[in-house]
Design a protein around this ligand. Structure first.
Ligand SMILES: [Mn+2]
Length: 394
């Protein structure tokens, strides 16, 4: 009796639904809902979305993944326990990647360079970060050196690379990948130079910075480990025979103990260009001096973001007033294309002191310039819109 009642209730409800147009249609006769792929295509990353890799590049944990192939690797080095003033550069790789989100392979062409570094036949990927220990600087230095050497030893991905002179420079006569390191404080350059030395011997350094970074030590330096800092690493690199006596600083304006610091700097192997030299001599003369100084030697480029004026790049550990603009720095970098670069870094980005991501955006743009620089055999000719300027222009 109860079952009959249930049946009658159900039959009534089904009848009522059918009367109101809610008839169930068998699945095989019904159109499946359109998928994202069929309606909108690939799941692209918007500039503001997706996982955080430099310039939305392929991200691989290259230190553990030996199948990752690259000609140029972007490698984060989140280390900041060698800094003398404001810490925070361990977040530099994050800030630079974040600042790169409006960059992408499909839109990498610039009028200034006349190329897209991602379309020159070389494979460029983001190799993630070195998991650097923040509790033991001696261990951290070894981790950076081992990580750098690990990637440097990998075969290059492309059979026809733009890195034409690489094999001729290397001690083993083969081509090695190039690494763009995202610091981290400047101390990371010591283990990087140790790793490069094993492949290329001593290298010339082009060093963009407000500071010399060739000091023998800070007051209170009493242990061997406390000599290893972001202001002393070039002194130590020279002690170890890692750098040639053909190196040069650009953008110097820090305060000194006196001219003794300059004598010491020269004994470490450096000439220098001050930030004011840009007013007295101009960008072309600065480019010429740098190129003449390093010549045909293997060159490592190290750029401390504090070379740029703190008004345009405030997020750094030891800011110095009166620096170059981002535009001036970018123009000088363009003039260096064609030198024998074996690697490059950008260091000392400490985003806790940033405003509106100014510094991260500038740093990411300079990394794009490094990639274009690696791809160019000579400085680019500026693109000008034909016929747009008057003939009697001064
Ligand atoms: Mn500096």
């Amino acid at each position: 009796m109860k079952a009959l009642a249930s049946y009658l209730v159900c039959a009534f409800i089904v009848g009522a639904l059918q009367a109101h147009g809610y008839e169930q249609i068998p699945l095989e006769n019904h159109d499946l809902p359109e998928t994202w792929l069929s309606k909108y295509g690939k799941q692209i990353d918007q500039p503001f979305s997706g996982p955080l890799a430099f310039s939305h590049l392929t991200y691989s944990r290259c230190l553990e993944d030996e199948s990752a192939e690259f000609d140029i690797a972007v490698l984060g080095m989140p280390f900041d326990t060698g800094t003398s003033y404001r810490p925070g550069a361990r977040f530099g790789p994050y800030a630079i990647r974040s600042g790169s989100r409006r960059q992408r392979e499909a839109r990498g062409y610039s009028l200034a360079w006349g190329n897209n570094p991602y379309e020159q036949g070389s494979k460029i990927i983001d190799c993630g970060d070195v998991p650097i220990i923040p509790f033991d600087n001696a261990l951290a230095m070894d981790q950076i050196e081992v990580a750098y050497s690990t990637l440097l030893a990998r075969p290059v991905a492309s059979s026809k690379s733009s890195w034409a002179k690489g094999a001729a420079l290397a001690r083993d006569g083969r081509e090695h990948p190039r690494i763009v390191s995202l610091g981290g404080d400047h101390t990371i350059v010591l283990p990087i130079l140790r790793a490069l030395n094993k492949v290329y011997g001593s290298v010339s350094v082009i060093h963009f910075d407000a500071h010399l970074d060739t000091w023998a030590g800070y007051p209170g330096t009493v242990s061997e480990q406390s000599r290893v800092t972001h202001g002393t690493f070039f002194y130590l690199a020279n002690e170890e025979g890692l750098i040639s006596n053909t190196s040069i600083h650009a953008g110097i304006r820090c305060k000194l103990q006196g001219l003794g610091d300059i004598e010491n700097d020269q004994s470490v192997g450096f000439h220098f260009i001050t930030s004011d030299d840009i007013d007295d001599h101009g960008v072309p003369a600065i480019i010429k001096r740098i190129r003449e100084r390093v010549g045909d030697s293997p060159v490592y480029l190290s750029l401390d973001i504090d070379v740029i004026d703190p008004g345009l790049a405030p997020a750094t550990g030891t800011p110095e007033a009166g620096g170059w603009t981002s535009r001036e720095t970018k123009r000088i970098i363009r003039g260096l294309a064609g030198l024998n670069f074996v690697g490059a870094d950008i260091v000392e980005v400490a985003p806790a002191y940033d405003h509106a991501e100014i510094t991260g955006t500038a740093a990411a743009d300079i990394v794009h310039d490094f990639l274009s620089m690696f791809m160019s055999q000579e400085p680019p000719t500026p693109y000008t819109f034909q016929g747009s300027w008057p003939k009697d222009e001064l």
